[in-house]
Ligand binder design. Sequence first.
Ligand code: AMP
Length: 186
Amino acid sequence: MNLVFLGPPGSGKGTQAVRLAEKLGVAHLSTGDVLRDAVSKGTELGQKAEKHMTAGELVPDELIIGIIEEKVNSGELSKGFILDGFPRTIPQAQSLDQMFLDHSMSLDKVILFKVSDDEIFRRIEGRAKIEGRADDTRDVIANRLDVYRKQTQPIENHYRQASKLVEVMGEGTPENVFESLVSATS
Ligand code: AMP
């Protein structure tokens, strides 16, 4: 099963991706996790990405597309995958389409997590207290939501037109969301 998880920051897609990847026995690839790891190790990628991440902006497409290309080329995704946090722009979605064509791979579904803005602020502020992420302050959250609307939301239509988009209500308990997710992907 080859899936993309799409949704605003705080929509719970990361938590659900870990759980579903385990159930399906597929790879879970979070570009946010890859970047945070690179920042904490101080790699070249991390140094280039850090200022964008702390401002709540997107990291330049070419850096992110490079990460995904590496994973696709390595065969790590060949037993199925959940892409969590990628693609986030139209050029990223187009590059992914091309990579899949080149590797005779295809996407089964794109799961869109629907959550209201009020719920997003409540969740991210809660997470900030627990994890202390540098990009979880109120101003940065507002910017990340704005970036989502302007740069990421247009890809909903890209996948809707390809008949890949499936919507899952992301509010409610994690268990309820997981049940909806399982039925949406089976
Ligand atoms: P996330 O954990 O998915 O919310 O990602 C945290 C941050 O990493 C984002 O706010 C962006 O700065 C950066 N990031 C993660 N994935 C991408 C992507 N596909 N394109 C651009 N920036 C990304």
